[in-house]
Design a protein around this ligand. Structure first.
Ligand code: ADP
Length: 267
């Protein structure tokens, strides 16, 4: 079963450290939410897990093997990645975009099976009715579901998503999370970053809270300061300290998960 393990990993950009000494094991079947203030390194952590960004120290292992030892296509059969943005400059139909996810398997041309898998991925993400629409002409919520379908047509074991519901309204946000939940129940390991503590807290099994420990002007590099269930991580004192904000935490009346309400600070 596919698992990702980070062993004392540090990383950054152009010599500036962003994350330091991160150790984390994500087991198969997990639904992990990575949370933390803006700029702390959530996307960076995801890039390390997907192998897009090299570590400056430590290593990332997938099934006990260093991620650097995987060939690109081999890794794409294990990890499906949905970054924050993708740009489609050419007028592809949504079905063709999803079919592109078959690249780790396809030789000279797609086989019947590739079309079937792309169709299944579209049905799972409720996008099949968009198959003949141009990718530039679908709405933000539809586009996000098509992007998930493309990642799923890689038949990955692990889905990594960066802020999957940023810019989506509440209906489309919940629709995406419900799809992720269904996929996770069927066995897909899901790892997402999110700034929406309440929604990610309602769906994730585990949360990893990143903090860089000190406010500007001298931030330290980011670390995981708490890893646990949403109940354990969305705890008043911890959230207030990490986000430098005052909050009230209630129980969500429907999901019974923690509900974080920011309040104005007393000056
Ligand atoms: P988060 O996802 O938590 O908002 P990011 O991982 O996007 O944080 O960014 C962490 C820090 O790394 C920020 O200070 C950001 O400016 C910097 N950063 C992100 N991407 C790059 C990049 N490609 N080159 C240089 N610095 C970057």
């Amino acid at each position: 079963m596919e698992a990702i393990e980070l062993k004392e990993v540090s990383a950054g950009y152009n010599g500036t450290p962003i994350l330091s000494n991160i150790s984390l094991k994500v087991e198969a079947g997990e639904f992990l939410g990575i949370i933390g203030p803006n700029g702390v390194g959530k996307s960076t952590l995801l890039r390390i897990m997907s192998g897009t960004l090299a570590t400056s120290k430590g290593e990332v292992q997938i099934n006990g093997k260093n991620i650097r030892e995987y060939k690109r296509k081999e890794l794409a059969k294990i990890e499906g990645v949905v970054p924050q943005q993708s740009f489609f400059s050419l007028p592809f139909k949504c079905f063709d975009v999803v079919l592109m996810g078959r690249f780790p398997y396809v030789g000279w041309r797609e086989k019947h099976e590739d079309y079937e898998i792309a169709t299944r991925a579209m049905k799972l993400t409720e996008t099949y009715e968009l198959k003949d629409r141009l990718i530039q002409e679908v709405s933000g919520g539809e586009l996000q579901r098509v992007r998930i379908a493309r990642a799923l047509s890689q038949e990955p074991k692990i889905l990594l998503m960066d802020e999957p519901t940023a810019h989506l309204d509440i209906y489309h946000e919940i629709r995406i999370f419900e799809i992720l939940k269904k996929l996770n129940v069927e066995g897909l390991t899901v790892i997402i970053t999110s700034h929406d503590l309440n929604t990610v807290g309602a769906y994730a099994k585990t949360l990893a809270l990143l903090s860089n420990g000190s406010p500007r002007p001298s931030p330290q590099s980011g670390q995981i300061v708490k890893l646990g269930t949403p109940d354990e991580v969305l705890e008043k004192n911890l959230i207030e300290e990490v986000y430098h904000a005052r909050v009230i935490i209630k129980e969500h009346p429907a999901t019974h998960t923690p509900f974080v309400i920011p309040i104005a600070s007393e000056e």
